[in-house]
Design a protein around this ligand. Structure first.
Ligand code: AMP
Ligand code: MG
Length: 336
C-alpha cells in the first residue's frame, strides 16, 4: 500500500486522484472519520471497496462531492429543502438521501433508487474530489463491524495490504460519522445522528422524524430505512455495557467491579478506583464524539472481562455518541 504523504501535499492529491481515476481505492481523511474512496461511477471500483472492508452488499455507500454542480450530477428531483440544508450545513457532516441519477454505479446504492450525498469540509478530501473530477463513494475506512477509524493508524491496522493507497492526514476533528437524513419521503427523517444535530436540523426541517433504529435495535426481518443500522457495529471484542445514570451512581457501580474497565468522563475519573479510560468531558459532548472510537478500539488492550461505558445525554452531539455506543454494547443498557 502506497502512503502518499512523502511527496508533499500537492503531489499526494495528484497521486490519489490518478489512482482513483484508474479505478483504484484510496483511504482519505475527512472531518468525520477516514473514508475509503472509489469512483461513484465505477461499479468495479465500488466492488473493491465492499471486498476490502468485508461490508455486506446491501449496505449502500455515501457519495462525496466537492461543489453544488456535482450534486446535480449525482441526484435528481432535488427538493427545495435539500438546497436549504446544503446552504446551511455544507460543507460539513450532513448526508442527504435523495433520488439517484442514472450515472451512479448501482452497487453504490445497493439496489435502492436513492443516493446518499455529502460535501465534506475537510480540504484534503474536497481537493481530491476536485482534482479527480469524480464524485467519490467513501464508507468509513475500517473493517466492517469494528469502530470507525479516526486516525490513519486505525486505517493501516485494518486495511494495510487490501487497498491501493492512503492519504495521511490529521486525526479527524468530528470523530463520528455524518448525520444522515432522508428527504425522499413525505416527511424528512433522521436516519443516523451526527455532529449536525437534530436541534439544528429542526430549524430548517421542523417536521423531521427520528427513525426508530436511531435508539433501538431494528426488529429481525423488518425492513429498515437505512440498511447500515441493522448491522453489528463499533464493537470491542470485550463484553461491553452502556450505563445510564448520574456520575455518583456510575462511580459507585463501577467501583464494585473487579475485572472491568470504566469508560468515563474526565470529571469523574479521579473517583474511579478500577481501570479506566477517559473519553472526554461531560460538559462538552463534541469531545466525547472525537474520542469515542479511539477509546473503543483501545479498550480491548486492558485485558478485562467487561467494559462499562458511562452514557452521554441524548441531546445535541450526545445523541450521535449514544447511537454509536448502544451498538458497541449490542443494546445492553444498564440504567442506574
Ligand atoms: P458509512 O458509509 O459506513 O458511513 O455508512 C453509511 C450509512 O449511510 C449507512 O448507515 C447506510 O445505510 C446509509 N445510507 C447510504 N446510502 C443510503 C441510502 N440510499 N438510503 C438510506 N441510507 C443510506
Ligand atoms: Mg462505517
Amino acid at each position: 500500500m502506497l502512503d502518499t504523504l512523502s511527496g508533499g501535499y500537492e503531489n499526494s492529491i495528484k497521486t490519489a486522484s490518478d489512482i482513483l481515476r484508474c479505478g483504484g481505492i484510496v483511504a482519505i481523511p475527512t472531518e468525520t472519520v477516514y473514508g475509503l474512496a472509489a469512483s461513484a461511477y465505477s461499479d468495479e471500483s465500488i466492488k473493491k471497496v465492499f471486498k476490502a472492508k468485508g461490508r455486506p452488499q446491501d449496505n449502500p455507500l455515501i457519495v462525496h462531492i466537492s461543489d453544488m454542480e456535482m450534486l446535480y450530477e449525482v441526484a435528481e428531483d432535488i427538493p427545495r429543502k435539500a438546497i436549504e440544508c446544503a446552504n446551511r450545513f455544507w460543507a460539513g457532516p450532513l448526508t442527504m438521501v435523495l433520488k439517484r441519477s442514472g450515472k451512479i454505479a448501482p452497487s453504490v446504492s445497493a439496489g435502492l433508487d436513492t443516493v446518499a450525498v455529502r460535501m465534506p469540509s475537510e480540504k484534503t478530501a474536497r481537493d481530491i474530489i476536485k482534482r479527480s473530477g469524480l464524485p467519490l463513494a467513501a464508507p468509513s475506512a475500517n473493517t466492517s463491524g469494528l469502530p470507525s477509524p479516526t486516525s490513519y493508524t486505525h486505517v493501516i491496522n485494518d486495511l494495510n495490504g487490501k487497498i491501493d493507497a492512503i492519504v495521511l492526514g490529521n486525526d479527524c476533528n468530528v470523530g463520528v460519522e455524518s448525520t444522515v437524513i432522508s428527504l425522499v419521503g413525505k416527511t424528512p427523517r433522521l436516519l443516523r445522528p451526527g455532529a449536525v444535530t437534530l436541534e439544528q436540523l429542526r430549524e430548517i426541517l421542523p417536521d423531521i422524524e427520528v427513525d426508530k433504529a436511531v435508539l433501538s435495535r431494528p426488529q429481525e426481518g423488518v425492513k429498515v430505512s437505512s440498511p447500515g443500522m441493522k448491522y453489528k457495529h463499533y464493537a470491542p471484542k470485550t463484553d461491553t455495557y452502556l450505563v445510564e445514570g448520574v456520575s455518583q451512581n456510575f462511580i459507585n457501580f463501577v467501583n464494585t467491579k473487579s475485572d472491568a474497565l470504566a469508560v468515563c468522563f474526565c470529571e469523574e475519573s479521579d473517583k474511579i478506583s478500577i481501570k479506566k479510560a477517559v473519553y472526554g468531558s461531560q460538559k462538552d459532548e463534541s469531545t466525547l464524539a472525537k474520542n469515542v472510537f479511539k477509546v473503543l478500539r483501545d479498550a480491548d488492550c486492558f485485558g478485562v472481562k467487561e467494559i462499562y461505558v458511562h452514557a452521554p445525554s441524548k441531546t445535541g452531539v450526545g445523541l450521535a455518541v449514544y447511537n454509536r455506543l448502544i451498538r458497541a454494547a449490542a443494546y445492553k443498557v444498564i440504567i442506574l
